[in-house]
Ligand binder design. Structure first.
Ligand SMILES: Nc1ncnc2c1ncn2[C@@H]1O[C@H](COP(=O)(O)OP(=O)(O)OP(=O)(O)O)[C@@H](O)[C@H]1O
Ligand SMILES: O=P(O)(O)OC[C@H]1O[C@](O)(CO)[C@@H](O)[C@@H]1O
Ligand SMILES: [Mg+2]
Length: 459
């Protein structure tokens, strides 16, 4: 049963006499195990029998409950609204569930890079389902014994950074992974990871569908870079921004305490500058924020050197924040250096050490003999290896519960996540390719420009 619907067209009035018809809603269908299994059980949600809590009216989420992807519309161009009326099923408990809780054998795996909150998600999944932990990423399905977990074991995991299950890149072997899921008799699989992991989930759930297995698979989106689209933001991102600010504060103190001091901070962000942007906006100590979405150059009119020259003359110090993926095209590299990691992601050259060296060269050429220093701070791994803060812990908890509710209801091949402040279910095929990059035409980037007065680097 693929759940989808099209609400009928809605007449609306913009202003006096200006009536038009809103196009129909495009509610995204979710794959469900009943698409290929004839009669999955239909059981009453055990919450109904909970001695401590009586579900109130409206507690259970119905298939007709949805969330709009976009909530801002320009009613002056109704024809453009059609493409924006995309909706997703709401996440949360269903009255009818498709797995008997006594028969659940659930597995959880963590893949890709670290992110604050991974252990919180694992903890909540285990408290809900007594899951098995798959060690060391996707390869762990076929190369290691699963770890039986229970609420006593995971009790304090939300206070720990990293992933207690260990993670890895590469090692995705579809046949072996699904063979292992079958052999271990797992009937629920929870994959915590980024865009690469979600692409893996697409393949796993499709292979499970092809083999007609009674297994639901879900992806739990994790990316410290905040580069997965549709969802409001990814868990751990807020924590990472907080830690990034400590590095910026230190760079500011160092720069301010020197003569012509430049504090340089490199932050994560492979192809997106969200961490750099948010840390810049919340710190206010930053003179220039360099992100992958906005090319920059060093020399000549409108370049970084000219800007820093002015700032040092005005203030005696400056702070530069650079995302690791920025300026990669400016760094001389040989073909041999174009490395990829085990998952096929490009391995970047260190833009921080390169920029530090370029700044020193520039100063030596332009202002030889005058005092100058660059204090370079690279807190890259520090910002993602910490435990989640309170907000992220709560987010991870709701995320894990949303994933469980969706899987128990029989959905598969989906991702749970916050969409405009409410939790919804997104088909994983859509989530795996939806990118969230900094829009340099929007108000947030404009705000960075206004706060820093940095150049736009347009030649
Ligand atoms: N296209 C793909 N198809 C199947 N599996 C994939 C694909 N891309 C990546 N994977 C697998 O997903 C896992 C994680 O991928 P990757 O290392 O790219 O991290 P990620 O999930 O994108 O997380 P992050 O970007 O936050 O580090 C790896 O085991 C990798 O082999
Ligand atoms: O963990 P690794 O393999 O060093 O990869 C680092 C990359 O992982 C990320 O943290 C994404 O998860 C990127 O910001 C960074 O480029
Ligand atoms: Mg990735």
């Amino acid at each position: 049963m693929a759940l989808s619907s099209n609400a009928s067209s809605v007449p609306a009035t913009v202003s006096d006499g200006d009536e038009f018809t809103l196009p129909p809603l495009a509610l995204r269908a979710l794959p469900h195990i009943s698409d290929y299994l004839p009669n999955p059980p239909a059981l009453t949600n055990p919450i109904d029998r909970n001695p401590f809590y009586r579900p109130s009216d409206g507690f259970y989420i119905a298939p007709s409950d949805f969330i709009l992807r976009h909530i801002l519309f320009d009613l002056s161009s109704p024809s453009a609204i059609g493409d924006l009326l995309v909706a997703y099923h709401r996440a949360g408990p269903r009255r009818t569930i498709r797995f008997d809780p006594a028969d659940v054998r659930a597995a959880v795996v963590t893949c890709g890079g670290l992110c604050p909150g991974m252990n919180t998600v694992i903890r909540e999944l285990v408290v809900g389902l007594w899951e098995f932990g798959v060690p060391s990423g996707y390869r762990g399905f076929y190369s290691a014994e699963p770890l039986p977990l229970n609420p006593m074991i995971v009790h304090g995991w939300h206070k720990m950074g990293g992933t207690a299950l260990a993670t890895s890149r590469g090692g995705f072997d579809l046949e072996k992974i699904v063979d292992a899921i079958e052999a271990r008799r797992f009937n629920q699989v929870y994959c915590i990871g980024g865009d690469g992991t979600m692409k893996g989930v697409v393949k796993i759930y499709k292979e499970i569908h092809r083999r007609k297995l009674n297994v639901s698979v879900t992806g739990i989106p994790k990316t410290v870079d905040n580069d997965i689209g549709i969802i409001d933001k990814s868990f751990g991102f807020q924590t990472a921004v907080e830690i990034a600010q400590q590095a910026i504060s230190a760079a500011h103190v160092e720069a301010e305490s020197a003569v012509n001091g430049v504090g340089l901070v490199k932050l994560m962000g492979r192809s997106t500058g969200h961490i750099a942007l948010h840390a810049t906006l919340s710190s206010r100590d930053v003179d220039c924020c360099l992100i992958p979405e906005n090319d920059f150059f060093l020399e000549g009119k409108g370049g970084l050197f000219e800007f820093l020259d002015q700032r040092l003359k005005q203030n005696g110090h400056a702070v530069v924040v650079i995302a690791e993926g920025a300026g990669q095209g400016l760094i001389p590299r040989t073909d041999a250096e174009e490395k990829k990691d085990e998952s096929g992601n490009p391995v970047f050259l260190d833009v921080g050490t390169w920029l530090k060296s370029e700044l020193n060269k520039w100063w030596e050429e332009e202002h030889a003999g005058q005092l100058f220093t660059v204090k370079y701070i690279d807190p890259m791994y520090m910002i993602r290896a910490v435990p989640a803060n309170a907000t992220d812990n709560l987010y991870c908890t709701i995320l894990a519960h949303s994933a469980i509710h969706g899987v128990m209801a029989g959905y598969t091949g989906f991702v749970a996540g916050p969409i405009n402040g409410n939790y919804g279910y997104i088909p994983v095929e859509e989530a795996a390719v939806a990118r969230n990059v900094v829009d340099t035409r929007d108000h947030k980037w404009e705000w960075v420009r206004t706060v820093t007065n940095q150049p736009d680097f347009v030649k």
